[in-house]
Design a protein around this ligand. Structure first.
Ligand code: TIU
Length: 220
């Protein structure tokens, strides 16, 4: 066990029982012409965390610790997508419609793939999730339990939507959660900052937060 300097107090990192979860670093959110763009967002903010996220993934791979990737992804017939989710908002394109990178948020489409620099390698778990949270309708909890994972380190996008939802779901299932603050981003800087404060408030009501440099300095 290694104590990682973190807010609100040091995080006990337990090798062998800790997995990295990289949330939704897919072209749909990070590149122009994807789902994030269709919602009217400036996607350039999200692309900026790719190098730090790559360094974080490399740290886990070097130590042969598990890396899990998620994608927000629906079946081609959209049977796993509530009509309310398709209707929501006033997007230029809806989920399932054809954009510059294929059908938005649909499995197998070019836009639904993880960005090249963070591509999963053989043996890493890739979860297609129909919700914002990574446990809803995915079977991930059972997969993590099967390999005795108790601690989760989080990266990815967006901080206040899929990352925070997944951390809260993980918290309720008993995982000890650490968010790497420079390997997560939001379309709204103020929402990222507020989310970090929500996580660490009240003695770490959702978990811990630390910069990548603190993790790199403490681990092999
Ligand atoms: N992955 C994720 O966060 N899905 C979203 O829809 N995020 C937004 O911020 N829209």
């Amino acid at each position: 066990m290694t104590a990682i300097p973190a807010r609100p107090y040091p995080y006990d990192f337990v090798p062998g029982h800790t997995a990295l979860v990289v949330i939704d670093m897919q072209r749909d959110f990070i590149e122009t012409g994807g789902f994030g763009d269709s919602l009217g967002n400036d996607v350039a903010r999200l692309e900026a965390i790719v190098p730090a996220t790559a360094r974080l993934i490399a740290l886990f791979r070097r130590n042969r610790w598990p890396v899990i990737h998620t994608r927000e992804a629906h079946k081609p017939d959209l049977s796993d997508c509530p009509p309310s989710k398709i209707r929501r908002g006033n997007p230029s394109l809806h989920i399932g419609e054809v954009g510059a990178m294929g059908r938005l948020l649909v499995m197998g489409e070019p836009g639904n793939q993880i960005v090249d620099d963070l591509r999963p390698v053989e043996g890493e778990i890739v979860i297609d999730k129909p919700g914002k949270g990574m446990f809803w309708a995915t079977g991930l909890h059972e997969q993590l339990q099967a390999v005795a994972i108790t601690h989760l380190v989080f990266a990815g996008v967006t901080t206040e939507v899929c990352v925070q939802t997944s951390m809260r779901e993980a918290n309720d299932r008993g995982y000890e959660c650490l968010l790497i603050e420079d390997a997560t981003e939001s379309y709204f800087p103020e929402f990222k900052a507020a989310t970090i404060e929500m996580i660490v408030a009240q003695g770490g009501i959702v978990g811990w937060v630390t910069p990548l440099s603190a993790l790199e300095a403490a681990l092999p």
